[in-house]
Design a protein around this ligand. Structure first.
Ligand SMILES: [Fe+2]
Length: 182
């Protein structure tokens, strides 16, 4: 599946601007992590774009999150493998992620919000965010409190946190125009 097709699907089903931004940010991190690991970067990026496709449909009902996304993606001809990963990414319903793509999605999903928040306190200047900034804010539990630190830490089975933060910042920098950063 191509990025453009995934983007069209995202725009069709997700209307909240902040969630479109979240999807772009998660996708950009997924792509950088995949490149670093020598994995399938275009597919990981598509997974990032589509992972919360049911956001509007479930309307906050986390018991349905992922399940509705799975159904919707299959209806739209998205490959089964991608739909399965989207279904399983709801950590409230699934546990035990062993595949690199699923681990990366957990970390990217949570870290995207944390790093975006780091940029926003610097007036949206992503260039001023460093791995050190993120490391410091990671420890401050009240900062971007909704970003689950434990889900970010899963990435440690694949790389050290500093490398992950560097990749994630690079990813967000590359899509700065799509996510409203300077
Ligand atoms: Fe998400």
């Amino acid at each position: 599946m191509e990025r453009d097709e995934a983007l069209a699907l995202l725009r069709r089903y997700v209307t909240s601007p902040s969630h479109v931004v979240h999807s772009h940010a998660t996708a950009a991190i997924m792509r950088k992590v995949a490149e670093h690991l020598g994995e399938d970067a275009p597919t990981w990026e598509v997974i990032g774009l589509l992972h919360d496709i049911d956001y509007d449909i479930v309307g906050g009902d986390m018991e349905r999150h992922g399940i509705e996304g799975y159904r919707l993606l299959l209806e739209n001809g998205v490959p089964q493998e991608i739909a399965d990963i989207v279904r399983r990414h709801n950590h409230l319903l699934t546990s035990g992620y062993d595949r690199p793509v699923e681990i990366a999605l957990q970390a990217a999903d949570s870290a995207s919000g944390l790093i975006l928040a780091c940029a926003l306190v610097k007036g949206g200047a992503i260039d001023e965010v460093t791995p050190r900034t993120v490391k410091k804010k990671f420890k401050e539990k009240s900062f971007a409190a909704g970003c689950d630190r434990e889900r970010i830490r899963l990435i440690e089975s694949l790389m050290d946190m500093e490398t992950f933060y560097r990749l994630a910042i690079e990813g967000l920098t590359e899509v700065r125009g799509d996510i409203g950063l300077a």
